[in-house]
Design a protein around this ligand. Structure first.
Ligand code: ZN
Length: 151
């Protein structure tokens, strides 16, 4: 597997996909994420069930191909996971982008999102790639606060 080739494909497919670009029914959190350095803006909606499952996640917004594709890949990966699993995947993604941490286990867990490891070599695009994930982090926090429950 050549992650660079996969990266190009993932960006193309997910940037043109509208599957994850929509509103979520009865969201438990709606959070806006902005990356001023590139002009990327997304509004992420997610619904966490009372027992801590991310039942749905989707977003609307505009921005560069990397920001939109990364948010879409994140939505596919996180949907149906527990909040704890979502947090774990977030940590893996941030570790990969910021510190270049990547091995076969991490690729297995991050799946298509692992293709964004390519961005760790493009400092100007890092904020684009992490925008969706940062917004997810805030949305998970907001959902938790609203439910008053723990993970
Ligand atoms: Zn961007």
């Amino acid at each position: 597997m050549d992650l660079k080739e996969i990266y190009t494909q993932v960006i193309m497919v997910h940037n043109s996909s509208t599957r994850n670009k929509r509103h979520v029914d009865h969201p438990t959190a709606t959070i806006k994420g902005i990356n001023p350095s590139c002009g990327d803006e997304i509004e992420l909606e997610l619904r966490v069930s009372p027992d801590g499952i991310v039942e749905d996640v989707a977003f609307t917004g505009v921005g560069c191909a990397i920001s939109q594709a990364s948010a879409s890949v994140m939505a596919d990966l996180i949907r149906g996971k527990t909040v704890a699993e979502a947090r774990h995947l977030e940590e893996l993604f941030f570790g990969m982008i910021r510190d270049g941490k990547l091995d076969d286990d991490i690729i297995g867990e991050l799946q298509e999102a692992a293709a964004f490891s390519n961005v760790s070599h493009m400092p100007a695009r890092v904020k684009c790639a992490v925008l969706g994930w940062h917004t997810l982090d805030q949305a998970l926090e907001a959902s938790k606060a609203k439910d008053g429950g723990d993970e």
